[in-house]
Design a protein around this ligand. Structure first.
Ligand SMILES: Nc1ncnc2c1ncn2[C@@H]1O[C@H](COP(=O)(O)OP(=O)(O)OP(=O)(O)O)[C@@H](O)[C@H]1O
Length: 468
């Protein structure tokens, strides 16, 4: 039973919040999810209780929209507002409290307390199905260009009528080109159209770890129940299955079960199926049995459009001439383009100057000087070997002790960061190593760099030495 609203000013606040969300969200999403909501606002505006029709919708609103609603209420009211989600149809409500926004734009809301007053045990025990989708990664926010046109249109088709054509859909391309964004977009679109669909996004590494856990805990039945019952499985970076026999077997089983019941599978990888190393032939041929499409590095106009759109999403203006200047200088992938944009906007805000070519030049001077100096992989290998006092030859050798393997991984990371070489090219220059080895090294060092101050400092010294 929905409680009656307690104050008119509170209702007005809620109405404005709903209207603003209506302007932000695609119409269908708004009509399905936001419009039916009712709310009760506390007298002192400290808390807003939003009533949702059923448990599924409650979970979905909490995962996809609660952070945005909470942020909107806070910005309208000017102070933090506690958002509470409650089931509308029962006298005893299920309450989920969401912390006021933390400032992070698309961060999922954090549930700080779930109190279930008088709900029967079976209901409380019902597991919440988590899609792991990032609601910010949609088709609307993905810029279309020649580089991703085919992949995008195949993905749209799958989202619109899953289980039919292009099953599995296999999307491949280099780092930071939008593969992950595209698969999330498929899941988000399907769920917006069919809220009851069982959709799961998972990175291949997480799948490996789920297999290991199921193995250790002898919970393969649950594992199968979880994966085999999906309507749409989105699995990212399947090259990580290399050499993992048990994972490949479980994935094969899941794959067959899903296809048999006309569920859809969308996969991404850094290479096309036949280019995958150390993955069983029967799996490779399954990967290739639907539609395989590539995403290429974005062309100039697409890079310009991405910069302008992303600046707008940050409430900033990027004049077209500046966008062209940046796009001409940052060519490799979208992630780097985003990094360049962040630098420019931060530089502009910090110095309180408008975004111009001159400002972009100053903000990106490190990046531009790297490109001008054309650092070579050989130079990186020598500098890193000298720094860690190992032989340059160890950069190509098969030796594995940590004292050698780690500097080698650092050199691979720097080669990816500071040169335009592709992963396979870098692998070749490190004694004919596989590109997945390079990708693993790049990710490992990039991750550790965030955590370990000492490593960060060492990398900084190496970068400065290399940039001269
Ligand atoms: N066409 C596009 N329009 C807008 N944003 C994009 C586009 N392509 C990529 N991006 C953005 O660039 C960033 C990197 O994209 P994403 O993570 O999807 O790349 P990826 O191909 O999965 O890379 P990796 O192989 O490293 O996982 C993301 O923030 C994504 O939103």
């Amino acid at each position: 039973m929905t409680e009656e609203p307690t104050n008119d000013a509170g209702q007005a606040l809620w109405q404005v919040c709903v209207e603003q969300l209506g302007q932000e969200l695609p119409e269908q999403q708004f009509n399905t999810w936001i419009k039916p909501l009712t709310a009760q606002v506390a007298e002192d505006f400290s808390k807003v209780t939003v009533y949702v029709a059923n448990r599924f919708k409650l979970d979905w609103i909490r995962a996809q929209y609660a952070g945005r609603i909470s942020a909107m209420l806070e910005s309208l009211y000017g102070q933090p507002v506690t958002l509470e989600l409650a089931l509308a149809h029962r006298e005893s409500v299920v309450r989920t409290y969401v912390r006021p926004p933390s400032g992070e734009r698309h961060a999922p809301p954090e549930t700080v307390a779930v109190a279930v007053p008088t709900v029967s045990p079976e209901e409380t025990a019902a597991p919440v199905f988590r899609t792991r989708l990032n609601p910010a990664l949609t088709f609307e926010t993905l810029v279309e260009g020649t580089a991703n046109r085919m992949a995008r249109s195949a993905a749209m088709h799958v989202a619109g009528s899953p289980g039919h054509l292009y099953n599995p859909l296999f999307i491949y391309g280099g780092v930071g080109l939008g593969k992950t964004h595209l698969v999330h977009a498929v899941g988000n679109k399907l769920l917006a159209d069919k809220p009851d669909a069982k959709v799961l996004y998972i990175h291949a590494e997480q799948f490996v770890s789920d297999v290991v856990k199921a193995y250790q805990r002898r919970t393969f039945d649950e594992f199968k129940e979880r994966y085999h019952s999906l309507d749409l499985l989105l699995i990212d970076d399947v090259q990580f299955f290399a050499n993992k026999d048990r994972t490949q077997e479980e994935f094969f089983n899941a794959f067959e079960a899903l296809l048999a019941k006309k569920s859809h599978i969308v996969m991404t990888s850094d290479t096309y199926p036949k280019g995958l190393a150390n993955i069983h032939e029967r799996l490779v041929s399954r990967f290739d049995s639907g539609l395989t499409v590539a995403i290429e590095p974005p062309e100039l106009e697409m890079r310009v459009a991405i910069l302008i759109n992303k600046a707008r999403a940050e409430n900033a203006e990027m004049p077209e001439e500046v966008a062209f200047f940046v796009a001409k200088n940052v060519r490799s992938n979208v992630r780097e383009l985003e990094g360049a944009l962040r630098k420019i906007l931060a530089y502009s805000r910090f110095n309180q100057k408008e975004v111009s070519i001159q400002l972009a030049r100053e903000a990106l001077r490190d990046l531009l000087s790297i490109q001008n100096r054309q650092i070579s992989v050989e130079n990186i290998q020598k500098t890193v070997a000298d720094y860690y006092k190992i032989k340059v030859a160890d950069m190509y050798s098969k030796k594995r002790p940590a004292s050698i393997a780690r500097p080698r991984q650092i050199a691979m990371y720097l080669a990816k960061e500071l040169t335009q070489k592709s992963l396979p090219e870098i692998g070749e220059l490190f004694g004919g190593r596989d590109h997945t080895t390079v990708l693993h090294a790049v990710r490992k060092i990039a991750g550790e760099r965030q955590q370990l101050t000492e490593l960060n400092q060492q990398l900084h010294v190496l970068e400065q030495t290399l940039k001269g």
